[in-house]
Design a binder for this molecule. Structure first.
Ligand code: IMP
Length: 447
């Protein structure tokens, strides 16, 4: 038995979808533990592109059980669209999908508040959310005003809760955001239709998942976004509103920590970020533009161009500590093909005008090897780079480690040494089979 977490080590978009798809072969269950349809997991199979937002990528494999756990926030309309879209592409969705009755529901007022608050925020304060209502839905969850899937399945309870919430929400929409009220009857009718469609998928997924674990079946816990977007451990407030690192598995699925056997960190060979917030290794030059174009760095959910930069070992070491990675999957190595030099940020430099920083140097020029949590300081940090040789030979589609140019192998070795974790998988292209497997993190088999 082997139950493995797949978690993003950066700001999301590391290529987790492809890695989950790859590992699904050796598991029975794939379970999502947080986030919502802000995520976009891209998988390419036989030239067909699938972008999954809520449903675990495991759905693309026949006979695998997919679970959307209680830690996820679900927009029923978006989920139904995704189910229908998969069916249109010939992917069966029926008894292979289960939705937690304790997951919270994203309501149209969450989306409205998300968009209105972003619109009215000052430029430097804009989070750059996906506009999917994620933050406001988690706000309701935490303030205990949320509507859960179990409530949606009970028309009387749903109506009562909706009515209670709308009295506050409409006050906010009309008086603060100067926009239209939301009609109770319209939403009620719309969501009752959604409920009828989703009813057969709903269950207590913690009970179900633990039964599979008891039987000794392998499970993959699929994370969305990444460690630096985690509500507790990310670059707050420029984060998403859920627990995107490995710790989210236990609360987001009702699974005990003792059931987790390993944590696979997915690391992109460079760094990207969508939306606002500090990004020490960001490249606002031709190299950044090159990475964006070559890596197809545009949001799978919103289509927004991603900000691009060099690999940041300060952020990665932090992710190793928070998640306890037991293996690493390095993705998009091929995007670096043809680069003359490759840089890795090994520390942050900060010239402190107020001598206020608490780092060990306490001087004018401080050096951080851990991410500082004071945003004013983090925003002002500059990268300290180690420069490595690039390679001119294409790595795209490489399937064996020995086929990689020696500079690429040295880059991988350097990352392993910096992080103290072995790289088990190397993705060398977007297609399913463009990958080097050094060790299967689920079975432990070495190749
Ligand atoms: P929200 O999750 O829509 O509230 O957005 C909060 C922040 O997380 C924004 O900076 C988004 O761009 C970012 N974000 C949310 N989901 C993803 C994702 O799947 N990949 C990358 N960034 C994301």
């Amino acid at each position: 038995m082997s139950n493995i977490v797949v978690a993003g080590a950066q700001w999301g978009d590391e290529g987790k979808g492809k890695i989950v798809d790859l590992l699904t072969e050796n598991v029975s269950v794939v379970a999502r533990f947080q986030g919502g349809h802000n995520a976009g997991h891209t998988v390419v199979i036989n030239k067909k592109k699938f972008i999954l937002h809520l449903i675990p990528s495991g759905i693309l494999h026949k006979g695998k059980i997919c679970i959307i756990g209680n830690g996820v926030v679900i927009d029923p309309g978006a989920l139904i669209q995704e189910i229908k879209g998969l069916k249109r592409k010939g992917i069966p969705v029926g008894k292979n999908l289960f939705i937690s009755d304790s997951a919270h529901v994203i309501m149209p007022y969450h989306t409205a508040i998300d968009n209105q608050s972003e619109r009215s925020a000052k430029k430097s304060k804009k989070i750059g959310t996906t506009g999917r209502g994620i933050g406001p839905a988690y706000m309701d969850k935490m303030s205990r005003a949320g509507i859960r899937i179990a409530d949606l399945m009970d028309s009387r309870v749903f109506r009562e809760k909706l009515k209670a919430n709308l009295s506050f929400v409409n006050y906010l929409l009309v008086n603060k955001y100067k926009t239209r009220r939301i009609s109770l009857e319209k939403i009620y009718a719309q969501y009752m239709k959604h409920a009828a469609f989703l009813e057969t998928f709903v269950t207590d997924t913690s009970v179900l998942l633990n039964k599979y674990i008891e039987k000794g079946r392998n499970v993959l816990f699929e994370g969305a976004q990444g460690t630096l977007l985690d509500i507790d451990h990310g670059t707050y407030p420029f984060v998403t509103s859920s627990s995107a690192s490995a710790g989210g598995v236990c609360t987001g699925l009702g699974v005990a920590p003792t059931r987790i056997d390993g944590v696979l960190g997915v690391v992109k060979a460079y760094t990207t970020r969508v939306g606002g917030g500090p990004f020490v290794t960001e490249l606002k030059d031709k190299i950044g533009e090159y990475l964006r174009l070559k890596g197809g760095e545009y949001g799978a959910t919103t289509g927004r161009p991603r900000r691009c930069g060099w690999l940041d070992a300060v952020g990665l070491r932090y992710a190793v500590r928070i998640n306890g990675f037991t293996d690493i999957a390095l993705t998009k190595l091929d995007v670096l093909d043809g680069m003359d030099k490759i840089k890795v940020c090994v520390a942050y430099k900060y010239d402190d005008p107020y001598r206020s920083c608490s780092c060990s140097k306490k001087g004018r020029s401080c050096r951080f090897t851990d991410i500082p949590h004071n945003n004013r300081i983090l925003e002002a940090c500059r990268p300290v780079y180690k420069e490595l040789e690039g390679w001119s030979i294409s790595t795209q589609g490489a399937k064996r480690f020995k086929d990689l140019p020696k500079q690429a192998r040295a880059y991988i070795k350097y990352i392993e040494d910096l992080l103290g974790v072995k790289v088990s998988l190397i993705s060398t292209g977007e297609k399913r089979d463009e990958v080097i497997v050094l060790k299967d993190p689920v079975t432990g088999r070495k190749k």
